[in-house]
Design a protein around this ligand. Sequence first.
Ligand SMILES: Cc1cc2nc3c(=O)[nH]c(=O)nc-3n(C[C@H](O)[C@H](O)[C@H](O)COP(=O)(O)O)c2cc1C
Length: 408
Amino acid sequence: MSILAFRGFAGVRLEAEAIGAEDDPAVLLIHGAGQARAVWGSVAEALEMAGRRVISLDLRGHGGSEWPEDGRYDFEAFVEDLRAVLAQLGTRPVVVASTLGGWIAGAALEQDAAMLASGLVLVDTPVEADPDVSRRIGERLRATADLATGQAAWDRRLIGSLDTAAVAGRIAAAAPTIALPTLYVRGAVSEIVSRADAVAFVDRLPDGEFAEVEDAALVVREDRIDALGGHLVDFLERRAPRRSPEYRAGSDARTFRDALGCFATGVTVVTAVCPDGTPIGLTANSFTSVSLDPPLLLVCVANTAGSAPRLRETERFAVNVLQIGQQPTSNRFAGKGEDRFAATPWELGEYGTPVLAGSLSSFECAREAVHDGGDHFILVGRVLKAIFEPRRDPLLYFRGKYRKLHFA
Ligand SMILES: Cc1cc2nc3c(=O)[nH]c(=O)nc-3n(C[C@H](O)[C@H](O)[C@H](O)COP(=O)(O)O)c2cc1C
């Protein structure tokens, strides 16, 4: 991480932090009123992992940027700050901005948009002059100010210095002039921007797209920020792709494994019962559907796995697909020395196979075939019974790490 300093309007010192390689395409993140750059935390990390240089700016009067003595927090000062930052950056970033940040970005890119930036993402930015919304924004800001204790992250003089209704009206008018690929992201239960207003705004953009984040009033919040990350990475890959992807190549085992790791999978636990009644099981992501009629599936099991000899012989087995909360179960069935079943709630299913409680889905199978496959064997099962829970999210595995869905 490095700290960058810029000169904004009338020489005000603005601070930003940057992560990611300097020659990766840049994304500039701009927070809302009464926030600071830290609010982007996990979005910034997700974008860095997706090959972007991520610069998170503190607006004047916020975080590490200067709180100007003259207390200038009028809208023009913010807009000129951003134009100055974009000019000093010189890398035409994609600008991602939330609420007040969105107004500033919209106005800053009203002219010369394509010279200053290569894309724009507006998050929860009110796009119609509505006095009711302005009042609510003012109230929210005052409430944040009242709640904040200890060292303040923003200058209270900001309150009352913005004519929010006028500013929202300005961005509404600016829409047709923002000549950039633009994504508008709205929290689906937003109180500050209606779906109809947001869609109408997107229609007036020269090149606009619209996305919504479920269950969110405001998107840039701890619990919904992953969803935003998903929308951003998707938008960036389509509209601002990296010019030269850096493929790694080789015919060695390491490269083979790493390339396989690019195939995102779910995670399962394959279970069976030994003749003496002892349950066995191991974590496997080599699960594949094979046939619908007859219903067949397969998993590949390492010949060196402790449970391999018994799994080869077993007449019946179950494949339990894990949900997001079962990461400990996945670890337990992949680790050494733990009593896997003692620590995991399970019961025998209708066909006598161990079904792990709380799984996303479970398939009870009869062994259909066993094929050798190098240092693994392919266990093909005929599905006798399937159960699933439609309202759970999966545990995912990608590049050697557990992942979760970016919720739409
Ligand atoms: C996410 C994940 C996926 C795995 N997938 C497989 C797999 O498909 N096949 C396999 O044989 N082992 C797989 N493993 C490794 C086994 O779970 C691990 O070696 C386990 O300790 C084997 O148990 P056992 O030796 O008691 O049979 C996976 C491990 C993890 C964490």
